[in-house]
Design a protein around this ligand. Structure first.
Ligand code: MN
Length: 502
């Protein structure tokens, strides 16, 4: 399970009105309870769904949505209009709701009861028009919201509800999420820099720096026994050659990473931090850049990015939480170099050390090699190749107080030839819709070299994340062209001018 997993639940709120009389309202309550029970039983959401009594008046609606806003455990609200619920009643409540909102457009019965349908049935089962009245007011208010239409027992509908809940959990967690930076960002780099206050206003992330000395103090205090225990765990989990295990100098180098892992993890747990960054330019007093240590902490679910890139570190955590329990995995990633052979063009993704081993396919090997940058001792790292399949690369960039989430759908492919001299974890992918459009679209959009790479979370989920937070969203993928991407960017610029993303 992901480290520091939030203890969340979701609320299911059914709308109606009081002119229907007690018999109808009793049936409404029964039906919505059956839906909640059914969804919980099917484990449609990875969190518990909590039934709330039917809301009938502006006062009732407002009280329920205010309570949802105040309840720490509530990560989002699913609304459904079983009957007609005049939407002027919803204005006050929707304006105070500060949790992710999903309009679930469903109905209790799957089929029309052909032989028995009468006007009583019609008066009870009104979501086809009740949800439209309600949808009008959410559109009129310009609310950040998501919409899922479909029958509640349908597997695909349930899957979409689950995807929404995963995203909503990441949005809500972000509102009080804390991230730590050891040192500042890499000097002169634009895209990893930015306005942390704007990010806190927009996404809730609290990002603060500590001098690396704070870490050095803790690293030096790690007991030898704890290091030995962790080395024993490494031996069980990874392939470690005799060149390391039988060579005291190399084994000491591996112990340096174990000490770093223990010290950083303790720091994160004590401070309730959900992720961290390091900087190879700020390692004063440390023996190595955290390599294997950062990789293992990412595998536990912490967000991470190199070179002080706090936006990507926080995004990696968000995507890891969204993907927790889904097939696939998520890692910090960087587009490193290209293979440009005609007909076989692809991207080699890696980093100088820190790729998350959860994306590995096959054995994960511990290796120790010099690092040509940072001027420190040879760091131990985990080396592997990534699993193949459909994946996304997501980058969060900032334009003053606007944030843009750029997503490229990619196909992760088998690495065609061994690269025996490349001592880092590696992934290879072909961008959608094609190599050239993927690259050009990304650069038009201003996407970073750092990304959150995921085989668990797709572009639809990331679009929902952007929708719920009011981020600009650019998808580069199946069906897009350079023209459509540039058109989308122009629209986003206009919406930003209108103040839409503030
Ligand atoms: Mn980098």
């Amino acid at each position: 399970m992901i480290a520091q997993k939030p203890d969340f639940e979701f609320w299911f709120v059914t709308g109606s009105q009081d002119l229907y009389g007690p018999a109808t309202l009793e049936q409404v309550a029964k039906d919505s309870q059956a839906i909640v029970e059914g969804l919980n039983k099917a484990k449609a959401l990875p969190y518990n769904l909590v039934w709330k009594p039917t809301v009938l008046t502006a006062e009732g609606i407002s009280a329920t949505l205010e309570a949802a806003t105040a309840e720490k455990k509530c990560a989002g609200v699913i609304t459904w209009m079983h009957t007609f619920s005049p939407a002027k009643m919803w204005v006050r409540g929707l304006l105070v709701l500060k949790k992710p909102l999903l309009q679930f457009h469903t109905q209790f019965n799957r089929d029309i009861p052909w032989s028995t349908i009468d006007m009583d049935f019609m008066n009870l089962n009104q979501s086809a028009h009740g949800d439209r009245e309600y949808g009008h007011i959410t559109a009129r208010l310009g609310l950040k919201r998501s919409i899922v239409a479909g029958h509640w027992q349908d597997k695909d509908t349930q899957k979409r509800l689950g995807a929404w809940a995963r995203v909503a959990a990441a949005v809500t967690e972000g509102r009080s999420a804390r991230f730590v930076r050891f040192g500042d960002n890499m000097r002169e780099v634009a895209v990893t820099d930015g306005d942390k206050v704007a990010a806190q206003i927009k996404l809730g992330w609290s990002v603060n720096s500590y001098g690396v000395g704070e870490l050095v103090k803790r690293v030096n205090a790690v007991p030898a026994k704890a290091v030995d225990d962790l080395i024993a765990e490494y031996k069980k989990t990874y392939v470690i050659g005799k060149d390391i295990l039988d060579n005291p100098k190399q084994l000491d180098r591996l112990k340096v990473q174990a000490r770093l892992e223990i010290a950083i993890e303790a720091f994160l747990v004590e401070g309730r931090y959900l992720g961290f960054t390091t900087s190879f330019e700020d390692l004063y007093g440390l023996d190595q850049l955290p390599g294997l240590a950062a990789q293992r902490l990412m595998a536990k679910g912490y967000g991470f990015a190199g070179e002080g890139d706090w936006k990507t570190a926080a995004l990696v955590r968000a995507v890891k939480l969204m993907g927790d329990g889904l097939p696939g995995a998520t890692s910090f990633m960087e587009d490193y170099t290209y293979h440009m052979e005609d007909g076989k063009k692809m991207v080699l993704g890696s980093h100088m050390l820190e790729i998350c081993p959860t994306i590995a396919d096959g054995p994960v090997k511990v290796e120790i090699h010099p690092l040509g940058i940072g001027g420190k001792d040879d760091p131990a790292r985990l080396v592997f190749s990534a699993a193949t399949g459909e994946a996304t690369n997501a980058s969060l960039v900032e334009f003053g107080d606007r944030f843009r989430l750029i997503v490229n759908e990619v196909k992760s492919v088998k690495i065609p030839q061994a690269m025996p001299k490349l001592p880092v974890a590696q992934a290879m992918w072909v961008p959608y819709p094609d190599f050239t459009t993927g690259l050009e679209g990304w650069i038009w959009a201003g996407g970073a070299h750092h990304t959150a790479y995921s085989t668990a979370v797709d572009a639809d989920m990331l679009q929902t994340y952007a929708d719920q937070l009011g981020l600009e969203f650019v998808r580069i993928g199946k069906g897009t062209t350079v023209e459509s991407i540039r058109q989308n960017l122009a629209v986003q610029e206009l919406l930003a001018f209108k103040g839409n993303f503030r």
